[in-house]
Design a protein. Structure first.
Lengths: 208, 208
DNA sequence: CAAGAATATGAGCGATTATTCGCTTTCGGT
DNA sequence: ACCGAAAGCGAATAATCGCTCATATTCTTG
């Protein structure tokens, strides 16, 4: 006597088979986003590529938005795992070393899945469910600000709020552009040089 | 005996009346993009807001994309006019002054129509036709690179290609984020301070 | 193996979209 | 005043979209 229409809520997969279906859907969505772009990511097409029917899609994802959100979330978890722990060590380091570590971490984060990262940054409509990106960035900002406060006496800047904004924005933009827009002209050796330059840029700004 | 179907090519408006129609269409598109977002910018809706029929729209714009491209082009021309000439003076200035001028110009450019600029940057990348933005940015890059070559002996950087990338990316990201994402927390006084900081950041990087 | 629960199916609904075209209205030159 | 060209109109079309639901298949459990 399951009265309610089956497609309303998102079911949690309990059997092995359905877990595979969910995985196939998320994976297919990611593949389509990367290879064909957001516009081509229709629910029918996703289901087809996943080797699954549209009906099944709506058993586990109440809306297309939820499916896209799942892809973003999976990607962010992969980044978080890649970078796990490294940020905790930064607090204890002197300024130059800390900045260098942050730059390196940023590069690694952007390299987890550059093509997917690019789609997430450039193509996904800025709707509600992916505010986790903003939250993620705000955490970076807060963390860096805390670091600056801890090392306030070594610094040549007085407005720590503004300095945090400057540093975080700069590091993010440099790594983002380098990895996602200049990948061809950026072999590993050149990328190392960019890391040096970014480190020098931010360090000299902070220390004078 | 005008055989050709009227809607295929983009007609060039010759009478006063039709020029007004074209203007109304571009203006309505910009308004909708800013107030309702790209998703709500359907051709029917645009025509309605412009006080014009869909048919008329397709007399002057062969496709919806062309209409959006016209909006972007108009916006870029407004920026170019606002900033006209200022860039030419930069070449003769010493490094610190030159950097400061570039930062100030970047801020002014972003302030021409911040809300439209934000839509162009964040929502339109989903479509193709905005390669003019890339060209625009590449011109900035080339210009800055030329400046660095002219002042090579004053600089503490050896790889001018890389240094240009670092400086242009940094200035663009800082001004973009400040104007478009932190506008509320950025009164004019605070924006002046940001200009100071950005100038110091880039100048110290270049001069040591 | 029986039977209910879980999972899968896909044709099709309703809404929206970009674009078309036969037609009417207005303009400019004579 | 007249006529061809320019400009304007909007119902109609065909495609696509997100999503539903009645039905079929497969699993699990006793």
């Amino acid at each position: 006597m399951t009265r309610k229409p089956l497609t309303k809520p998102r079911k949690t997969a309990s059997q092995e088979r359905s877990r595979a279906t969910v995985d196939a859907l998320v994976e297919a969505t990611a593949r389509i986003l990367v290879k064909e772009g957001f516009d081509k990511a229709s629910t029918n097409h996703i289901a087809e590529v996943a080797g699954v029917s549209v009906g099944s899609l709506y058993q586990y994802f109440p809306t297309k938005e939820a499916l896209v959100a799942a892809v973003v979330e999976r990607h962010q978890q992969e980044i978080t795992q890649t970078v796990r722990g490294e940020l905790a060590d930064v607090l204890a380091q002197p300024v130059e070393k800390a900045v260098r570590m942050l730059v390196e971490v940023a590069v690694r984060a952007h390299r987890v899945d550059p093509r997917l990262h690019r789609v997430v940054a450039e193509q996904l409509p800025r709707v509600g469910e992916l505010e986790k990106l903003a939250t993620f960035n705000r955490e970076n900002f807060t963390l860096f600000r805390a670091y600056l406060e801890n090392h306030r006496d070594e610094l040549r800047v007085d407005d720590l709020e503004l300095a945090s904004f400057v540093c975080v924005t700069t590091i993010e933009a440099l790594t983002h552009n380098a990895v996602l827009h200049h990948a061809k002209a950026m072999p590993d050796e050149r990328m190392d040089k960019l890391i040096d330059e970014a480190t020098r840029l931010v360090t000299r700004y902070l220390l004078g």
